[in-house]
Design a protein around this ligand. Structure first.
Ligand code: PAF
Length: 279
């Protein structure tokens, strides 16, 4: 696997892939790779001839007081995983290859980025949309792969790609979970043993609430019960637990076949998010 940090050699390497007639799949990441990321690589491998993974801890998507400095950085271990998974090229740009001196452009996606995590993390999705636009323009992939774990991020990127005329496929890949149901996340590493044991209350409560909603129960009451259960398990703050449309992310008061449950809650200093279909 080639590891490339500068745009000029990146363009040369991509030109070689294209000359050989290979389709290119992009898996953008911020590193600290886990089985969820490796599933993205696996799906990209199955759909494209050459896989390019990127690792860039993007400062513009972290808010004040968020964990930019503490965000796990383990490039050597990540590179070994990607290499073993058959990735052709790791794009690990230096910061100036993404944000050159004087950088002044922002990509913002209104509407869909405003509720849910957008409410608790102002500016976060602008940072994501901006860096993903840069990565799309730098790599010009045939398809790009994102986890459904960050479902709102996926929806923002789909909207942005439609609005800005990116023509490559945006592929959403189902969330990978630990055997007990907790969604894999780089942030799970911050949990103490006790917090990790309690954290499973989040997907458990969501799964039960989803089933009750699909069975025709009253949404407001079901969500209130689920919140109480999540809090009783040790989550001290629930940013949101909401029923929304899986395409538009519009808030729903009642079940529809497109409905999805979205949650974000804090346990200790760690904020966990999850989402599941209601069907
Ligand atoms: O999901 C992530 O890891 C990041 O938000 C992304 C898409 C790589 C942009 O920095």
């Amino acid at each position: 696997m080639q590891i490339v940090r500068q745009l000029a050699p990146l363009r040369d390497a991509l030109a070689e892939f294209r000359k050989a007639g290979l389709t290119i799949g992009l898996v953008p990441t911020m590193g600290a790779l886990h089985a969820g990321h490796m599933r993205l690589v696996e799906v990209a491998r199955a759909q494209c001839d050459a896989v390019v993974a990127s690792i860039f801890v993007n400062p513009t998507q972290f808010g004040v007081g968020e964990d930019l400095d503490a965000y796990p950085r383990q490039e050597a271990a990540d590179a070994a995983l990607l290499d073993a998974a058959g990735v052709e090229l790791l794009w690990a740009p230096t910061a100036d290859q993404i944000y050159p001196a004087g950088y002044a452009t922002n990509v913002g996606v209104t509407g869909i980025s405003e509720g849910l995590c957008g409410a608790a993390r102002p500016g976060h999705f602008d940072g994501v949309a901006t860096v993903v636009t840069k990565l799309f323009n730098q790599i010009r992939p045939d398809a790009a792969f994102f986890g459904e774990k960050d479902y709102q991020q996926l929806a923002v990127i789909r909207r942005m790609a439609r609005d800005l005329d990116f023509t490559h496929d945006i592929v959403g890949v189902p969330t990978v979970r630990d055997p007990d149901g907790l969604a894999l996340s780089s942030r799970n590493a911050y949990l103490t043993k006790e917090q990790r044991a309690s954290a499973v209350a989040l997907p458990d409560a969501m799964r039960d609430a989803a089933r009750q909603i699909a069975d025709g129960g009253r949404v407001a009451a079901i969500l209130a019960d689920a919140k109480a259960r999540i809090q009783a398990a040790g989550f001290h703050e629930i940013d949101y637990l909401e029923l929304r449309d899986g395409d538009t992310l519009a808030v729903l008061d009642d079940f529809t076949p497109q409905a999805r449950l979205f949650a974000a809650a804090r346990i200790g200093t760690t904020r966990l998010i999850d989402n599941i279909p209601v069907s």
